[in-house]
Design a protein around this ligand. Sequence first.
Ligand code: DC
Length: 258
Amino acid sequence: MDSSSTPSISDSDSTRRISGRKHPVIAIDGPAGAGKSTLAAHLARRFGFLNLETGAMYRALALKAIDQAVALNDELALLELAGRTQIVPELRPEGNRVLLDGVDVSRRVREADVTAAASQVSVHPRLRQWMVAQQQRMGARGGVVMEGRDIGTVVFPDAEVKIFLDADPEVRGNRRYLQVGPGQKTQEAITHELKERDARDRNRRESPLRPAEDAVVLDSTSMTLEQVLRTAEEIVRRYVEGWEEGRSSGEVAGSKGK
Ligand code: DC
């Protein structure tokens, strides 16, 4: 990689002084296929934080709804279902798993039917509140990279570091296609599905996908993965170093955008 072409982070983007914690919440939001999971896993490893993928929780509930033939547009029925469901994201060095009522469903929840169902399930306001309350409990002690759509805006509006990772839909579709490999679906079909999910995520009434006002927006359309990882790493490093410096001088630093 040519490091001279890595987009730089200006001070106003990344070192605004705010109150903060030694064990911060790092919020990674953005549309499907932008590379959030790869980025979140990288940052968690690099800085020794936990990595919580909130999308897996929506996916797990959607899977249970499919299995129990609960209509995806029936908010009350879904809420009742959620009340008798245990979703446990399990953090493991070799990759996170999600347990649904004690069963490992990590692979199943990535399949196309569950992916589409999760997007439908996630539009319901009261169901989101149920998810958000759990996510807030899970991240309350900090030291966590939490990835989703509404982490910086709703789940942890006070997150010390907020990154909104975006990319052109055609580019995201292409990356997904290369990731999945040539199979049943064409690149056009993958891009089309992605745009449909985007539209639902961005236009839903409750917590639509949008960058928090104080998020650093990283548009990765023309960036390599390596550039994205290094840029985000720099943002987090500034927070961590700023916190340590701030502590020794009685002041604490944060890393949010303007
Ligand atoms: O990140 P993902 O693709 O695993 O997410 C699956 C679905 O869940 C996606 O359509 C959007 C939704 N979601 C959400 O609404 N809020 C979150 N914090 C995480 C995911």
